[in-house]
Write a protein that binds this ligand. Structure first.
Ligand code: PHE
Ligand code: ZN
Length: 874
């Protein structure tokens, strides 16, 4: 393959059905670290819609041993071999193709295809990893049934797993054994999985609502066998929830989850055999935080929900990825909302969307949730496809209500079970099941960028009428990528409520959803005795940036009175954003920093309000992140933002020192660790309060943090205290870091936290520490979790990554170049931290651009990184 061949983009408009379908496949694996022999027997039949006797099979990094058609071995001139696959000519109507190839799991560091992790074998096939295992029609619209024979060494591979049911097993000579698996459900190749090695099983069961018993098996390395119960319970809850809410039942007699240490993503929904990053399985109170517990539950649910939204109904082509991902994220969000608090979950999700997806959607990687082209599909597992995709699904739900949405889902499964379909098919099912026209909704799939929703109000006292004029527009985007030009208005469900300006009471008859279907429209509310205060975009009912001129009094009023909890929180964030940006801009003009009295009073009211649950209160007391604030500046000034935000934190802590101290003491008196929601919420609030207290230069405050660190009986409290100490320049910091390392040095997931707290430190010497840590004996470029915990976390540290001298940029670029050839996917994710370079001042822009150019010019650069970098430089 020449370089130019590999960087040709794939276009959505180029979709063609395959020339042949696969009727079934038999795979045989003779496992060996360097020379695993893979034999594939594929029964193919010509696609009558695409008459051709030529068949292109994808294949990469394979050592071909032989090809045979219907048992007859082909000579080299009877097929064409390329670096990215092979072409078979003059094939009959139907035949069996047998290929034998060798692959090398031990040296496969890309973590795509068949690879070794901690000495065990494991596969990762989404999106296009199956072609690194055998020659195949490696595309999701080719669904077929698999029968898989695995042969391996009994000592090193006592356990050998694949999809579906285990139908046979026997011992072989030479200390080897063989296991046969058969999956009765047709599936695309990206859902294939194989795992083999020395693993232990944590077992459970689930009885489906129709009475079928399902064996649940969680497979982990032996030393982790005591850390699986939370994952198991999460799986059982997910199975029950999908039955209760969507009527969806599990369809095999066995469901397996395997935890592996080296994994590029969170987890993978392979049919009946999920493979998980161990981070999203293993948990004990001493090693995992409350957030980890929550994420484990959410990721287990997400992968489980894929069994219907992804596996039973899959994607026709990779441009449709959001069909399964947006929908499944929406489903896991609803699940978590039901397990915990809907308001808090919504706030957490929207914060994540704003911090990640909004940034992506305004930079060089901006793309529609259904992209138009890609060079490497791996680069399109993005916040846009996942999180914005979930927001688009949520809008159907908002418009149709839970019942209408369920009708649409039922019709979707009725029409498309066991097939590979498109986003248009999903939209049609939602429309047809509810007799609603969703044609305009198509724009949400084809346009990139975050719409701005500008809202102005007017009050006509004579008519007792209040009106809201809503106007939508798109900001211009850099780059000229598809979906970024000629954009049209999108349908926007805007949830609105009106509050009585005197009493703060909701004016019930005017609460609801209005649809903005055009560029601009005025919505009038009549019969009002006085000008109300409007709460707009409640629950964040559409993924837009809301622009509404509000004075500080009004925002404070909404913070105190809005009975939509999301907007109540958001009013506080908007107020804080206004003030902090103003303070940061003021610094540049030489204005002194000053805490706004209005904000101080509003903060004090939240602090003393006992009507909130503790988790909500924790959120309401937290200032917007620096990366979210930066988006609101014309030119991001990381230093003045950091200074202004730190100043606010310290002034608030000084003003409310006694209230914060007594609240901390009250929460800290909770006693021994408990894992119920109330205790989790209280820990969350306690640690937000501790964070305020930690910025006071008072010895008592520092020893409070240090005491919490040393006395904590759970990782939540320990990590929270450690990350606060990491920001300080006190002896307690080094003592705590050393003690933490010493206590957990044999637990890689905990050591990841140790790296991350240091990489996220706001100390001015952070970059030096990060550099030192890259040569620490535990640092390994082969383990994605470790790389993300150090380098990935560092790029999230806005004030330190963007250090004015460019040292942070150089560090990142050096690392990207160090890992790109071994693990392109990981390198491409890291390099995306440069994507916002245009938002910074000249000097930072130039420095980032120079690093991007240095990467772009690297000889033999992998195509994943190439794609990100060339879009950025465009
Ligand atoms: N499909 C996985 C999920 O969202 C993510 C994934 C993508 C994992 C690609 C591995 C590789 O659940
Ligand atoms: Zn998913």
């Amino acid at each position: 393959m020449t370089a130019t061949q590999s960087i040709q983009p794939v276009l959505r408009s180029d979709y063609r059905p395959p020339t042949y379908w696969i009727e079934n496949v038999e795979l045989e694996f003779d496992l060996d670290p360097r020379e695993t022999l893979v034999t594939a027997r594929i029964a193919v039949r010509r696609n009558s819609q695409q008459p051709s006797d030529t068949l292109d099979l994808a294949g990469e990094n394979l050592k071909l041993q032989s090809v045979a058609i219907d048992g007859k071995r082909l000579d080299g001139d009877q097929y064409q071999l390329r670096d990215d696959g092979m072409t078979l000519l003059n094939l009959p109507e139907s035949c069996q193709i047998e290929t034998k190839v060798l692959v090398s799991p031990l040296t496969n560091k890309s973590l795509s295809g068949l690879y070794q992790t901690s000495g065990n074998y494991c596969t990762q096939c989404e999106a296009v990893g199956f072609r690194r295992i055998t020659y195949f029609l490696d595309r999701p619209d080719v669904m077929t049934t698999y029968r898989v024979t695995i042969r391996g060494d009994k000592k090193t591979c006592p356990v050998m797993l694949s999809n579906g049911n285990r139908i046979a097993a026997k011992d072989l000579d030479d200390g080897r054994h063989e296991v046969v698996w058969e999956d009765p459900f047709p599936k695309p190749s990206y859902l294939f999985a194989l795992v083999a090695g020395n693993l232990k099983c944590h077992r459970g069961t689930f009885t489906t609502r129709s009475g079928r018993d399902v064996a649940l098996e969680i497979w982990v390395e032996p030393q982790n066998i005591d850390k699986c119960e939370h994952a198991l319970v999460s799986l059982q809850k997910s199975m029950k929830w999908d039955e209760d809410v969507f009527g969806l039942e599990y369809d095999l007699d066995i469901y397996m989850i395997v935890a592996v240490n080296d994994f590029n993503m969170g987890a993978m929904e392979n049919k009946g055999l999920n493979v998980f990053n161990s981070k999203y399985v293993l948990a004990l109170p001493d090693t995992a935080t409350d957030e980890d517990y929550m994420l484990i539950e959410a990721v287990i649910a997400h992968e489980y929900f894929h069994n219907w939204t992804g596996n039973r109904v899959t994607c026709r082509d990779w441009f449709q990825l959001t069909l399964k991902e947006g929908l499944t994220v929406f489903r896991d969000q609803q699940f978590t909302a039901d397990q915990t608090s809907a308001a808090v979950k919504r706030i957490d999700d929207v914060s994540g969307l704003r911090a990640g997806q909004f940034v992506e959607d305004s930079g060089p990687m901006a793309h529609p949730i259904r992209p138009e082209s890609y060079i490497s599909m791996d680069n399109f597992y993005t916040a846009t496809v996942y999180r914005k995709g979930a927001e688009i699904i949520r809008m159907y739900h908002t418009i149709l209500g839970a019942e209408g949405f369920r009708r649409g889902m039922d019709l979707y499964f009725q029409r498309h079970d066991n097939s590979a379909v498109t986003c248009d098919d999903f939209r049609a099912a939602m429309a047809d099941a509810n007799n609603i026209n969703f044609d305009r909704f198509d724009r949400w799939y084809s346009q990139a960028g975050t719409p701005e929703l500008t809202v102005t109000e007017s009050w006509d006292a004579a008519k007792s009428e209040y009106a809201l004029t809503m106007t939508q527009s798109y900001p211009t985007l850099p780059g000229g990528n598809p979906g970024t030009e000629d954009r049209n208005p999108v349908p926007l469900p805007v949830r609105v409520g009106l509050l009585d300006a005197e009493s703060g009471e909701e004016i019930e008859q005017h609460s609801g959803v209005v649809m903005l279907d055009t560029e601009t429209e005025t919505f009038t509310f009549s019969g009002l005795s006085a000008k109300p205060i409007a709460s707009v975009l409640r629950g964040f009912s559409a993924p837009v940036r809301l622009r509404m001129q509000r004075d500080n009094e009004e925002l404070a009023f909404l913070m105190a009175n809005d009975n939509d909890p999301f907007n109540r929180w958001d009013a506080g964030q908007t107020l804080a954003t206004k003030l902090l940006i103003d303070a940061a801009n003021g610094l540049a003009d030489g204005r002194a920093l000053e805490l706004s009295e209005q904000f101080r009073d509003a903060f004090g009211r939240v602090l003393s309000d006992n009507s909130f649950d503790e988790a909500f209160k924790a959120l309401a007391l937290t200032l917007p992140r620096e990366s979210v604030l930066g988006q609101e500046m014309d030119v991001i000034d990381p230093d003045s933002l950091h200074t202004a935000r730190q100043f606010y934190r310290r002034r608030l802590a000084e003003c409310f020192q006694s209230e914060l101290t007594s609240l901390y003491n009250e929460l800290a008196a909770d006693g021994a660790y408990k894992n119920d929601q109330k205790s989790i919420n209280r820990r969350r609030l306690k640690n937000v309060v501790l964070a305020y207290l930690s910025v006071l230069d008072v010895p008592a405050c520092i020893s409070r943090v240090s005491n919490q660190f040393h006395q904590a009986d759970n990782m939540t409290d320990k990590q929270a205290a450690l990350s606060l100490l990491a920001n300080l320049d006190v002896p307690e910091r080094d003592a705590a870091l050393a003690a933490f390392y010493d206590q957990y040095k044999t637990d890689p997931l905990v050591i990841d936290k140790w790296y991350a707290v240091q990489a996220l430190s706001s100390r001015p010497d952070t970059i030096e520490h990060v550099k030192q840590l890259t040569s620490h004996p535990d640092f390994s470029v082969d383990n994605p979790n470790r790389v993300r915990s150090l380098i990935g976390a560092f790029t999230q540290n806005q004030v330190r990554f963007h250090q004015a001298d460019g040292a942070g940029y150089k560090l990142l670029a050096d690392y990207v170049l160090e890992i790109e050839s071994a693990n392109p996917q990981l390198a491409a994710r890291l390099v995306a931290a440069f994507n916002s370079y245009r938002r910074f001042d000249e000097s930072r822009q130039t420095q980032m651009q120079d690093e991007l150019k240095r990467i772009a010019e690297h000889p033999g650069l992998c195509k994943d990184v190439h794609e990100i970098v060339q879009r950025a430089l465009h």
